[in-house]
Design a protein around this ligand. Sequence first.
Ligand code: PDD
Length: 290
Amino acid sequence: MKYAILDGKMIERSEAKVDVEDRGYQFGDGVYEVIRVYNGKMFTVTEHLNRFVKSLESIGITLTFTMEQFTKLLEELVEKNNLQLGTIYMQITRGVAPRNHAFPTEDVRPSLVAYTKEAVRPLESLKTGVTTIVTEDIRWLRCDIKSLNLLGNLLAKQKAAEVGSYEAIQHRSLDVTEGSSSNIFIVKNGKVITHQSDNLILKGITKDVILQICARNNIVVEERTFTLNELFDADEVFLSSTTSEVMPIIEVDGKSVGDGFPGPITKSLQELFEQEIEKQCGALKDKILN
Ligand code: PDD
């Protein structure tokens, strides 16, 4: 992708360089978002930007753009890069300052970076489902902030990758929290159960869309903590994220979920989720149930 945004300006991707004393680079002192683009249109952009502002506020960085300016800038980036199907990555760090843990006292300008990536939908996996492992959640206590500090998530995902699994499902003591880069749902006796959006998980935008879909379609939801036992005893399990959408999980730690195939509620949520994409971004060429 040819162009990127650096500090509000559209420049060539190869020209987008950061200073060695950028606090994001040194400390992970910043926050980020990933937005999905279908048919050249951003999906749930307002929700992502609202969460971005919330993350920024929670670490004391003020966004110097209005939401309208920001949305327009991202639209321009998508258009300039002629992105049809892919993602936008963006981050804001506290800026460049001499290395010191405490926030800089002088006026430091936050640095914004945004660029796009082409990415197809993971249609094969969406059809067949994926395997997962469980691992202890070793992260901090503000997982609601979409922070650049992702080492805990990275170590979890690496464990999954090393055994050829798609995702690592994290747990604190016996309670399941979330995936290394996704939210986790179980289905038991027709009820959808997922961790409440508190400080222990990221309030996923995809999760929120799914919860709205459930509400509109009379699918019963319980937002509460659930245990590893409930995970292993579930009829269906799925994960959600911007890039993975509604992804069936057919195996956890080598044990089959249900009969080992994507379950009926998961499949109907996939279909309803595709309808939501089409409502916002127009018709999808390839669909899961095609
Ligand atoms: N990850 N939980 C964690 C820890 C995540 O990193 C993500 C998303 C989610 C799902 O959030 P959403 O539905 O808003 O994408 C939950 C993104 C995609 C990433 O880091 O690439």
